[in-house]
Design a binder for this molecule. Structure first.
Ligand code: MG
Length: 281
């Protein structure tokens, strides 16, 4: 199922998508992701009972992020070999974990604010895994049982802050630095999330052209590693790292500037598009 979260007359709504059109299922789904996850079986039964009418054109609605207040946004650094190489850093021996604050989350077509404190604003297109079941010490063999679905996250990064401070978290957590969407695709629709093309374009120019099969640590290994000592709960996001081709390591570098349009496209999910705007303060 392809779930879109959108605003209608100021209310948060949920729609099921087919061929570019949505059927508003808010009445039977509730309007938030946690309720959908918790009652997913009942939701599916009810969806299967009714005739879904796809009457809302996606382009006509304001899309929202699938979820704004996950308990955790867990990010994986250096998870593609070619990205480690372009950054002139060794491939990690175990997953590199950091976090983004939830206040950074924005949806499709929302604006990324370009803070005046950076002159090196960069993008990182990433596959986002959404957790569907609470778990700790999850083995990689059982990891897929704990996944609800997939989406896209753009791990926006202020490189000058990232490389001049001892921690990455601030440089990657400024407001609007976590574009998330445009939809949430349940795991049954993507039997092999480890073979998806992932592309990022800046103003229409191809910047990143990778495939999730190039991850150093695959999704089950990431879930096993993270959950060893950290409890995962429904709605938690694991952003699985970015392929090579980020702007900072281009020659010359290509940064996000006010007016830039950045799009991340992942096969079987869609395109997450955001425009960069000046910080009006
Ligand atoms: Mg990243």
């Amino acid at each position: 199922m392809r779930l879109y979260f959108f605003a209608k007359e100021g209310e948060a709504c949920v729609g099921v998508e087919k061929d570019g059109y949505l059927c508003d299922v808010t009445d039977i789904a509730g309007d938030d992701l946690i309720t959908i996850i918790e009652f997913y079986e009942e939701f599916m039964e009810r969806v299967n009972e009714v005739e879904l009418e796809y009457t809302i054109k996606i382009e006509d609605v304001k899309l929202l992020a699938p979820f704004y207040d996950p308990q955790k946004v867990i990010c994986i650094g250096k998870n593609y070999l070619a990205h480690c190489q372009e950054a002139n850093t060794d491939a990690p021996k175990k997953p590199v974990i950091f976090s983004k604050y939830t206040t950074a989350i924005i949806g499709h077509d929302d604006y990324i604010i370009h803070p005046e404190e950076t002159s090196q604003l960069d993008f990182e297109g990433e596959l986002a895994v959404i957790i569907g079941k609470e778990g700790k010490r999850i083995s990689k063999e059982n990891a897929f049982d704990y996944i609800f679905g997939y989406s896209i996250m753009n791990d926006i990064s202020a490189r000058d802050l990232q490389f001049s401070e001892g921690q990455w978290v601030r440089a990657k957590s400024l407001d609007t630095f976590a574009p998330f969407g445009p939809c949430l695709v349940t795991k049954d629709e993507i039997p092999d999330p480890q073979n998806l093309s992932i592309k990022t374009t800046l103003n229409g120019e191809l910047m990143q052209d990778g495939n999730t099969n190039l991850m150093i640590f695959k999704i089950p290994e990431l879930i096993e590693f993270v959950s060893r000592n950290i409890t995962l709960v429904p709605g938690d996001i694991i952003s699985t790292g970015t392929p090579s081709g980020v702007g900072h390591f281009k020659n010359p570098p290509k940064y996000l500037l006010p007016g830039s349009i950045i799009e991340v496209e992942i096969e079987k999910i869609g395109i997450l598009r955001n425009k960069v705007v000046e910080d009006k303060k």
